[in-house]
Design a protein around this ligand. Structure first.
Ligand SMILES: Nc1ncnc2c1ncn2[C@@H]1O[C@H](COP(=O)(O)OP(=O)(O)OP(=O)(O)O)[C@@H](O)[C@H]1O
Ligand SMILES: [Mg+2]
Length: 289
């Protein structure tokens, strides 16, 4: 694989469950892969949402658990299109989630040497460090309630993409996530940046949807990714088929919205993570003129 000049690890989150985190991680990753970017999804969820969504059996591969335990090199267990029985695009890779993540904290505690004073929640940092240069984006699909993987994602990420659907609890979860981003800046990851807020499953016919969108547009202003994604049956249908809508409905309006959102996502990335400017030294004449 070609080396990528810059890798950005982006946590995808909202403390609440069932608010569209996995859907956003998978569809946005597909859209970015279509734009020619190399993307890795690290599934940090015991329910292995993105692993299943990508049509991969969580029991068939070693993945996030073994890597975080330090038992496997991430590059050795990442699933790619070259592995059997999947339809991943060439430049979209996956580190699988699994039930075993339930035991992560306890197993790490048991394994830890009494001389090792690295905090447990820094467990993802060396993994991301090792993967830098291999991907344009590493998406961290976080679980709804598992303190260690969520905190580990906050500590290891360069940026955070918040995700919500227009429902009261999901919007409340955003406030909690914003508070956590501020806290983690104070405790160990001072450079963590909010990258944006992506809204999915919008029912344009309901007043509540309209009101909540109006509220987040005011609260999050330029951070709100455009467009917002409407509710559509193609999303759960594709999920049931364990495929992306980029495979099942490549020409659908919703799929097109994700393409536009990926474009806006990259515009925000450019703004918040401007590429380093190299000032070239004045060219020196060779010779003695
Ligand atoms: N645009 C959409 N249209 C219709 N349904 C959607 C849309 N986006 C998400 N959903 C549905 O919302 C539900 C929750 O989505 P998803 O699994 O992505 O949430 P999550 O936050 O990852 O959940 P968990 O916290 O359990 O991991 C799913 O059933 C999904 O199909
Ligand atoms: Mg999920």
């Amino acid at each position: 694989m070609n080396r990528c000049p810059r890798t950005l690890a982006i946590g995808i989150g909202n403390q609440k469950g069932g608010v569209g985190k996995t859907t956003m991680a998978v569809q946005l990753a597909y859209a970015l892969a279509e734009r020619g970017r190399t993307v890795l999804i690290i599934d940090l969820d015991v329910n292995a949402g993105s692993t299943k969504h990508l049509g991969i059996d969580p029991r068939a591969y070693l993945g996030t658990f073994e890597v975080l335990m330090g038992d496997e090199d991430p590059l050795a267990v990442i699933v790619t299109h070259e592995d059997e029985g999947n339809t991943l695009p060439e430049n979209l890779h996956l580190l699988t989630g699994s039930r075993k993540l339930e035991e992560l904290e306890e197993r790490l505690r048991m394994k830890k040497s009494k001389f090792d004073d690295t905090p447990l929640h820094d467990v993802l940092k060396p993994v991301i460090k090792k993967l830098r240069g291999h991907y344009d984006y590493i998406f961290l699909d976080t679980p709804p309630s598992a303190p260690l993987p969520i905190v580990a994602a906050y500590k290891a990420a360069d940026g955070f993409l918040l995700v919500a659907i227009p429902e009261g609890l999901a919007i409340q979860g955003l406030q909690e996530a914003l508070h956590d981003i501020e806290e983690v800046r104070r405790y160990g990851n001072p450079h963590l940046k909010l990258v944006g807020l992506a809204i999915g499953a919008v029912d344009v016919r309901t007043r509540l949807s309209k009101e909540l969108i109006h509220y987040v547009s005011k609260e999050f202003k330029d951070y709100l990714l455009k467009p917002t994604i409407q509710r559509s049956t193609i999303v759960p249908t594709a999920q049931t088929q364990q495929k992306s809508i980029f495979e099942t409905h490549p020409d659908h309006m919703i799929t097109q919205y994700f393409r536009e959102m990926a474009q806006d996502f990259e515009a925000k990335i450019e703004r918040f993570f401007p590429a380093p400017q190299f000032i070239s030294a004045p060219t020196q004449e060779v010779g003695n003129g």
